[in-house]
Design a protein around this ligand. Structure first.
Ligand code: SF4
Length: 650
């Protein structure tokens, strides 16, 4: 099925010829099994391209989604952007599916894999640093020497090639190609820059593989056409599309963190030293920026978490902290002034002055703007303080900049529909006039999974709930011989249940936060009978096929925390609009999260296991029906003896 085939050839080959029984895929792939849902999906995507139509497809695990969208995308002959949720999904497409398609279907297919700027080394920074090393400690000296050699040989400049460099190496932050310090076309290395090369590859590509972060970072920049990274494209396919509201909200919002001020002073110091432009007058404001930023961010409450920072709260804050705020703004201004007074101003120096001006503007916006449509909030996390303005509703922005700009956008995920309908996701993302479909499940959930809802537990809000939940979990773990994920909606609940379980079960307990996520998952896979206790970050994107994961227990229906500033603002906005936020926002959002969480269990046709939800509101409350109707057709029981029988065969 060559790309850009003649129109007769295009018409003559149907998706059934490729995906159907005895079709081309079956012939070229010995392990290939015909899947009705995959064929249906390929036909829908193909039609989306032919009719220039937005299309939403809910396709469960095991459908074979990637080929079902890649083949029609190639056949369309248009330049298509494929956006996935994570870098590892991008790599998987690029390294597994694309070579297969090239080999069997489209030998001339040109594909570009694009990642965010900070994945690449900046040649100019390496060059400047080599002349004026600003390195700390023996490790940095050693790493930098290796990076210099590598930078001369690598074709991509992608950090993923540097297996000796630890994930948290601070050196990388000083030499990566982030936008902050980039002088673009004025840079002496622009022609040899790895980003320029990546852009050129994308210019020539038929398919461009990105992740949602890069896609929305680009879409947000496209407005002023400065710094955008993607070339022109004709259509977009979003895989794991349930994540795009959150990612778009981040990139269409505005934010600064306490780290930005330290980075500015550090980069300025380094740049001035490297271009021999440092004077006492330019160094003074740098020290002031550091000190005053410290004093300013110290003024925020010490408690970790996210808190509203709406106009009234900001005014009160400023009344108490006017001095450090004005002092910080003045130090930034002074740096701009001192830099512009320098007799020689290389581009790097001008760039520092621009960054100082931008930080000053952002600071003023986040503290003083009255612009409606944003929710203003701050967060203290670890050593950092973040000030953020997030759009309350991204649907209008996405409608204008995405769904009205392109005529073919395909969204797919295992969790898009609520009660079989797409109203929620369409409303949140500003989609209208689309075609949508929930595809039949590939797995026999009725026989592969048993959903247990205990009868006798107290309401999740009852003080005794954690103690009783821990007992129930222990009983279930005995039946499934460990091998479970226990997923919680809060850290506090996770920690309390962990403490209680410690003396009750003989299985190794792994706790989120005690090691990096990937290390915990590796340990879970390698430890017989392991039980992992975790919160939100393990609810999605985690894949443990086979019997090592035979049970997923969820403590409560995953409603978003109502006090979270973004959730609270969205609820308020819907109320003001005369809508019912509980029915139209909170319940559907929680339904999709629950589907994601339970989706961890059955990853293949051979997987079997027990699911449990300890929150009996799913049966007591009227809205519980929507949760149950939205889940795959698991067999449901309230009888622990039935779980025991089922678990014997696991
Ligand atoms: S163009 Fe920007 S990222 Fe590329 S080498 Fe120059 S400064 Fe670095």
């Amino acid at each position: 099925m060559p790309k850009r085939a003649t129109s007769e050839a295009k018409v003559s080959i149907t998706m059934a010829d490729i995906f159907g029984p005895g079709g081309m895929l079956e012939k070229c792939h010995p392990g290939y099994e015909f899947r009705r849902a995959q064929l249906e999906m390929a036909e829908m995507v193909d039609e989306a391209f032919q009719k220039h139509q937005h299309t939403l497809i809910e396709a469960g695990t095991g459908t074979g989604k990637t080929l079902a969208y890649l083949i029609p995308a190639i056949r369309s002959g248009r330049r298509v952007v494929i956006s996935t949720a994570t870098k590892s999904l991008q790599e998987q497409l690029f390294q597994k599916d694309i070579p297969f398609l090239r080999k069997h279907f489209a030998p001339d297919l040109k594909v570009a894999l694009m990642k965010g700027r900070n994945n690449f080394v900046c040649r100019q920074k390496v060059h400047l640093m080599a002349n004026q090393p600003v390195l700390r400690g023996m490790d940095e000296i050693d790493w930098f020497a290796q990076i210099r050699d590598w930078e001369k040989l690598t074709e991509t400049g992608d950090r993923a090639e540097l297996d000796f460099l630890p994930d948290d190496a601070e050196l990388w932050n000083r030499i990566d190609a982030r936008k902050d310090a980039c002088t673009g076309q004025k840079c002496l290395q622009f022609q040899q820059c790895f980003l320029t090369a990546m852009r050129q590859r994308a210019q020539e590509a038929d398919l461009i593989i990105v992740n949602h972060h890069l896609f929305f970072a680009d879409l947000a920049l496209r407005q002023d056409d400065f710094g955008s990274i993607l070339p022109e494209y004709a259509a977009v396919i979003f895989d794991e599309a349930h994540e795009i509201e959150d990612v778009a909200s981040d990139y269409f919002g505005r934010a600064i963190s306490s780290y930005k001020f330290d980075e500015l002073s550090r980069d300025a110091e380094q740049t001035l030293r490297m271009v021999n432009a440092g004077t006492a007058a330019t160094r003074r404001p740098l020290a002031q920026i550091r000190e005053r930023a410290h004093a300013f961010f110290e003024a925020f409450p010490e408690r970790e978490g996210r808190f509203p920072f709406e106009p009234a709260e900001r005014a009160a804050f400023l009344e108490r902290n006017r001095e450090p705020y004005d002092g910080l703004a003045a130090a930034l201004k002074r740096l701009e002034t001192e830099l512009s007074a320098l007799s020689s101003k290389p581009e790097e120096v001008l760039n520092i002055a621009r960054r100082a001006a931008e930080l000053r503007r952002e600071l003023a916006f986040l503290l003083e703007s009255q612009e409606r449509g944003y929710v203003y909030w701050f967060e203290r996390r670890g050593k950092g303080v973040y000030l953020v303005a997030t759009p309350i509703d991204v649907s209008e922005i996405l409608r204008e900049r995405l769904f009205e700009q392109f005529d073919t956008i395909v969204l797919t995920s295992a969790t898009l529909a609520v009660g079989g309908r797409f109203d929620y996701v369409k409303q949140r993302l500003g989609i209208s006039g689309s075609r949508e479909e929930v595809l039949p499940q590939e797995f026999d959930y009725r026989s592969q999974a048993l959903l247990y809802i205990p009868k006798a537990l107290p309401d999740v809000r009852h003080a005794n709930f954690a103690a009783r939940a821990a007992e129930e979990i222990a009983q279930l773990l005995h039946l499934t011989r460990g091998r479970a994920f226990c997923l919680f909606t809060s850290y506090a609940q996770m920690r309390e249940v962990h403490e209680r379980l410690a003396g009750m079960i003989p299985y190794p307990l792994l706790l989120q936060g005690t090691a990096p996520r990937s290390a915990l998952l590796d340990r879970f896979r390698a430890t017989p009978g392991a039980v992992l206790l975790a919160t939100a970050s393990f609810w999605q994107g985690v894949d443990v096929p086979g019997s090592q994961l035979s049970c997923v227990i969820i403590d409560r229906l995953p409603f978003a925390v109502p006090s979270d500033p973004i959730v609270a603002a969205r609820v308020r906005a819907l109320q003001e609009d005369g809508q019912n936020p509980f029915a139209e926002y909170q319940v559907p959002k929680a339904v999709l999260s629950l589907k994601q969480g339970f989706g961890r269990l059955i990853r293949s046709r051979n997987d079997r296991g027990v699911l449990a939800i300890l929150d009996n509101r799913i049966q007591r409350m009227q809205y519980g029906r929507i949760f149950l109707e939205s889940l795959p057709e698991y067999t449901v029981t309230q009888d622990l003896a039935e779980v025991a029988r089922f678990a014997q065969e696991l």
